[in-house]
Design a protein around this ligand. Structure first.
Ligand code: HEM
Length: 285
């Protein structure tokens, strides 16, 4: 079939009279599937979430939302941003920072870990904010609609796995949107606002490419976080193994010290051997 070899961007551009929200969904379909299937997201979906994993994720999300929300605010009156600017409903930075304070204490800023892929993502957001603010929709869409969709499921899993309480500043605030009463209705409103943004064909193509890049940057963040978590796990296993080995060596050392140096122990051992030999002899007769 003719459509089978088309790239998602080409397929979306053929829908030239369609809405941006539809085109962006088509163009990022494969990327969404890849994001869902990253080891970190798969581990989430299986209900395997460790506190360390979640804390690391929150550190990256803070860095990402700090950049995204800074540039959204700076460009809030730009015609490509104003229609989708919903800070009261969507802003995540304050929520995620309250969660970080819950886990790391007031000096969380000194303790957060920001991997390279997260730095790259934040760097791209700031660059787009300076050079092509009309493409910010692509990034805001990827993060906020994602948080309002599959993100809600991740929140429920985190709560179940880690036994956290809902509410701002209790560790799970990131997933809650107190000012969005109906998520589906809000997503519909958001899509219609996206569709109201006027774009030239060139801008539209750029926007669709930016949406794919946005997913790609997220995938890189998840992969790096998973690598860090695996390394931490290996180090912890190695430490446990080393301390078990040390305990065993110490025990063996004590036993051998006893055998070689304690005369009373030697005498007792000799007596036991002699007694055992005599008993065996008696039993044999
Ligand atoms: C465990 C992983 C994930 C699952 C299970 C999941 C699931 C879903 C589901 C079921 C929807 C459709 C919701 C609806 O139609 O109302 C959705 C939408 C969406 N997801 Fe995900 N998702 C996951 C990860 C991600 C990630 C990592 C991102 C981006 C970083 C993302 C971004 C989005 C976006 C932007 C939408 C809105 C699509 C649209 O309506 O145009 N998702 N997700």
């Amino acid at each position: 079939m003719e459509t089978e070899n088309k790239t998602p961007t080409a397929e979306a551009m053929e829908m030239s009279h369609s809405d941006l929200s539809e085109q962006i969904k088509v163009v990022t379909r494969d990327s969404h599937l890849r994001a869902e299937n990253t080891p970190l997201m798969l581990s989430y979906q299986k209900g395997h979430v460790t506190l360390e994993q979640y804390k690391l994720l929150l550190c990256s999300l803070q860095h990402i939302y700090e950049a995204l929300e800074d540039v959204m605010e700076e460009n809030s009156s730009h015609p490509g941003v104003a229609p989708i600017y919903f800070p009261a409903e969507l802003a995540r930075r304050e929520m995620v920072e309250a969660d970080l304070e819950y886990f790391y204490g007031q000096d969380w800023r000194q303790k957060v870990v920001v991997p390279k892929a997260t730095e790259r993502y934040a760097h791209r957001l700031r660059q787009i904010g300076r050079e092509n603010p009309e493409f910010l929709v692509a990034h805001a869409y990827t993060r906020y609609l994602g948080d309002l969709s599959g993100g809600q499921m991740l929140g429920r899993i985190t709560q179940k796995c880690l036994g956290l309480k809902n509410g701002k500043g209790l560790g799970l605030g990131f997933f809650s949107f107190p000012n969005v009463t109906n998520h589906n209705l809000f997503k519909q409103l958001y899509r219609s606002r996206m569709n109201s943004v006027e774009l030239t064909e060139e801008q539209r193509t750029g926007m669709l490419e930016e949406a794919v890049l946005s997913f790609e940057l997220n995938i890189q963040v998840f992969n790096e976080l998973q690598d860090i978590e695996s390394r931490m796990q290996k180090e912890a296993d190695l430490q446990t193994h080393t301390s078990q080995e040390k305990l065993l060596n110490d025990t063996l050392q004590i036993s051998s010290d006893l055998i070689t140096s304690a005369p009373l122990f030697k005498m007792l051992l000799g007596l036991c051997v002699a007694l055992a030999t005599v008993c065996t002899g008696i039993y044999a007769f």
